[in-house]
Design a protein around this ligand. Structure first.
Ligand SMILES: Nc1nc2c(ncn2[C@@H]2O[C@H](COP(=O)(O)OP(=O)(O)OP(=O)(O)O)[C@@H](O)[C@H]2O)c(=O)[nH]1
Ligand SMILES: [Mg+2]
Length: 451
């Protein structure tokens, strides 16, 4: 991977007015460039690392701002290079002025370039760099905790543990191959098979965490679906505890779908209110209904809502469109039904609720969270959170499976050694020991400038 060691700068805080803003500079010339526009009692280069200095920024002798400058000397900084941070008054006019002065002698950092340099200088592995991005985007307690654990090295440690195990088996095999050339046999193949099977099981368990991990990171997509007027928007508003969606007694009120993010017990839920499903000749309503079907297809969970009238036809239609595990049947307006009627729906597997009476909503929430809850211990022990990691673990699983087959079928140890090498490479990709420019681009392009 090409490493550009020129000096970069960027505003690291959001645009807008605030107490302070921070401008970050990283690279060999960081101290010198800042010093050229900064006056203080002590020079930056003479100040201890991690110490703040009060001073003033000047543009051609004219005062720009009073600031605090903090200098981090290489390699003890976020990027591993010399880093200087200028904390100025939080006003875009001031921050842009200071940045302009810095850009006379430095280059504007690309998205995520500070973190990319941290990765290239071995300050972070790739899973930790990804976690930095996830931390910035985390909207709920569990998404944050998941990113934080990964940043602290939970996944890194697990992958390194499995890699060490593989390296151990690979060196035993190499030794065996050497012995065989001398007509001797050394390793106990049965023991190796048993150990590889154990490792394979652990990797399969890890691969399974990917499904939940992605949901923790991206949110559980839940759509509210059903005939017009059954109370989809009312339930949507109850979840949000606001009057976000328009509710009226007129069927066909919701036309465009609405998406909002909420936190349920710290889990991120992306909730979609959709247009009621029915046959119609209205052009606008038709488009809305088509959108409802598009959302249904990409939802993890579909709350199929009815009021007192069953909607068997639509339910069958949905069941053909998505696997039925994803559909949760819900009876709304329970306040309008008798106990006998309600127990009939309960028996059929409906969750009974009333958006108006705020009744039964807790059951609904519990059902939504049922399959995605993870324990803090699980997060601490390392889970997969994105498709890149999941694909690599699956490749590792395939290679180990092949290695076990070749051992069982006595195909020759070279085959097993080759498969185990492939398995190691897959794990090395996860932590970024092996990586390509494309992958790094994909990861860091999702960051903001200044991180
Ligand atoms: N009695 C009772 N009325 C309800 C309940 N939930 C919703 N309603 C009423 O049912 C009507 C329709 O509610 P909406 O939430 O707009 O229904 P919708 O499914 O979003 O309808 P469309 O957007 O037209 O598809 C409104 O008059 C609501 O006040 C409930 O639990 N009990
Ligand atoms: Mg509606």
């Amino acid at each position: 991977m090409k490493y550009s060691d020129d000096t970069i700068s960027a505003i690291s805080t959001p645009a807008g007015i605030g107490g302070i803003s921070v401008i970050r500079i990283s690279g060999k010339k960081a101290q010198e460039v800042v010093q050229s526009i900064f006056k203080s009692k002590t020079n930056i280069s003479e100040t201890e690392s991690h110490k703040a200095i009060f001073g003033r920024i000047y543009d051609n002798g004219k005062l720009v701002d009073e600031v605090i400058v903090t200098s981090y000397h290489a390699p003890h900084s976020y990027t591993g290079e010399d880093v200087v941070e200028i904390s100025c008054h939080g006003n875009p006019y001031i921050t842009n002025h200071i940045l302009e002065l810095l850009l006379n002698k430095t280059r504007l950092a690309e998205r995520g370039e500070f973190t990319q340099r941290a990765f290239l200088n071995n300050k972070l592995d790739l899973t930790q760099a990804e976690a930095v991005g996830d931390m910035l985007n985390a909207k709920t307690r569990i998404s944050h905790l998941s990113a934080l654990e990964q940043y602290e090295g939970s996944l890194h440690n697990k992958i390194v543990e499995y890699l060490d195990e593989l390296t151990n088996y690979r060196s035993l095999l190499e030794l065996e191959i050497d012995f065989l050339e001398q007509g001797l046999e050394n390793t106990n193949k049965q023991e190796l098979i048993v150990n590889l099977r154990k490792l394979l099981n652990n990797l399969k368990k890890l691969a399974k965490t990917g499904k939940e991990g992605r949901i923790l990171r991206e949110g559980l997509k839940v759509s509210l679906v059903g005939a017009p007027n059954v109370g989809k928007s009312s339930i949507f508003n109850s979840f949000l505890e606001t009057g976000r969606a328009i509710v009226t007694p007129h069927p066909g009120t919701t036309r465009d779908y609405i998406e909002e993010v909420i936190s349920l017990e710290g889990y991120m839920i992306r909730l979609f209110d959709t247009a009621g499903l029915r046959r119609t000749n209205d052009q606008i309503e038709k488009i809305g209904i088509q959108q409802s079907y598009d959302i249904i297809k990409k939802s993890h969970k579909i709350l199929f809502i009815i009021d007192g009238n069953e909607n068997e036809e639509e339910f069958q239609r949905l069941s053909k469109l998505v696997d039925s595990e994803r559909i949760i049947p819900v009876l709304n307006k329970s306040d309008l039904l008798t106990e006998t009627q309600l127990s009939k729906f309960l028996k059929k597997g409906y969750i009974n609720c009333s958006a108006v009476e705020k009744d039964g909503l807790e059951d609904l929430k519990k059902t939504l969270l049922k399959d995605i809850k993870v324990s803090e211990e699980e997060l601490h022990s390392g889970i997969l959170t994105n498709i890149r990691q999941i694909t690599a673990v699956n490749r590792c699983i395939d290679s180990i499976t092949k290695a076990i087959t070749s051992l069982n079928q006595k195909l020759g140890l070279e085959f097993t050694a080759f498969d185990l090498k492939e398995a190691s490479s897959a794990l090395e990709e996860i932590i970024g020991k092996i990586t390509s420019e494309d992958i790094l681009h994909q990861i860091f392009d999702n960051f903001c400038i200044g991180k």
